[in-house]
Design a binder for this molecule. Structure first.
Ligand code: PMV
Length: 305
């Protein structure tokens, strides 16, 4: 019997990086992600496509080993299929971890509830990112819009589902290449250690705007949420996480009618930029016509047909 499990990617609407230091973040799962396929086998294993760089292979195998151990090494051969760009801030490693965790739990005949899936996925995420805040895999395991917070020193964070009375649509646009999350987080950590008071103030302000943004979502006040996203982009820029390419895309999305726009994920030289739209279709058409890779996703609210 063959098995199949999906892990969605995510966008962080508010609060990336500050979430590493114990502040809240608002993140939503998207329709794109990673699907894990499982076929019966003599032993538990991961089949990787040819041509992957050695370092990527090694990391994938190490992460898979962690998940296999945590699930009792069920006899299944796993292959992965993704429709999410990697290393662009859309949580591709978390999506891969959640899809793999869900599949191995199923194959082991165990319950694949979000808490169990998140526990196994966290083990994998640590192989990919070192010390992740946990927002990516928690959002992927729950598959919805969440407010997430991991208090300093806590092993795991806590998530709360955030509901919106209006449809919450975003456009995600991709800009150039970027460094791995691990190195962007490490460089920011070094700046914070050198100048703790200044960086502490910026992180605290990110935490405050996240609270305001969550309240705006719950009230269905998309204009206020858009404004909070713009302010969050300013703070990310002050933290040294934006770039000319990201800034240009943020402005382009605003020109196309975004209520707010900002980088999403770790940022750096490039990556994904997210814009909040009441009606996203026209923006996507115009960006696509200009050769920009982009797509739309609904993060919360009543589904529109
Ligand atoms: O760029 P991504 O998808 O890896 O997002 C990372 C989010 C950070 O807040 C920058 C790091 C973390 O561990 O939360």
């Amino acid at each position: 019997m063959s098995l199949r499990a999906f892990g969605p990617g995510k966008v962080i609407l508010l609060g990336e990086h500050a979430v590493v230091y114990g502040h809240p973040a608002l993140a939503g799962s998207i329709s794109r992600g990673v699907t894990a396929h499982g076929a019966p086998a003599r032993e538990c294993g991961l089949a990787l496509p040819a041509g992957l760089p050695v370092a990527v292979r090694r990391q994938l195998r190490a992460a898979f080993k962690v998940a296999a151990e945590l699930t009792g090494r069920p006899a299944v051969r796993v292959t992965l299929e993704r429709d999410l760009p990697t290393s662009m801030g859309l949580g591709s490693s978390a999506a891969l971890s959640v899809a793999t965790a869900r599949l191995l739990l199923q194959a082991a005949g165990r319950r694949a509830r979000p808490a169990e899936v998140a526990h196994v996925a966290l083990g994998m995420e640590r192989e990919f990112h070192g010390t992740p805040s946990g927002v990516d895999h928690t959002c992927s395991a729950l598959g919805t819009l969440i407010e997430y917070r991991r208090r300093p020193g806590a092993e795991a964070g806590r998530a709360r589902v955030v509901e919106c009375p209006r449809p919450l649509h975003v456009v995600v646009a991709l800009v150039g290449e970027r460094s791995p999350t691990r190195s962007t987080v490490a460089a920011l950590r070094a700046r914070r250690e050198r100048w703790p008071a200044r960086y502490g103030r910026l992180f605290a302000e990110v935490g405050r705007v996240v609270h305001e943004g969550v309240a705006a979502v719950e009230q269905g006040d998309l204009e206020a949420l858009g404004d909070v996203m713009n302010v969050n982009q300013g703070l990310l820029s002050a933290l040294g996480l934006s770039s000319p390419g990201i800034d240009a895309m943020v402005h382009r999305l605003r020109q196309e009618g975004a209520l707010g726009a900002k980088l999403t994920g770790a940022g750096g030289d490039g990556g994904a930029v997210v814009g909040l739209f009441e009606r996203p279709e026209r923006g996507v058409r115009r960006l696509t016509a200009d050769g920009i890779t982009c797509f739309t996703s609904q993060l919360a609210g009543p589904l529109e047909r």
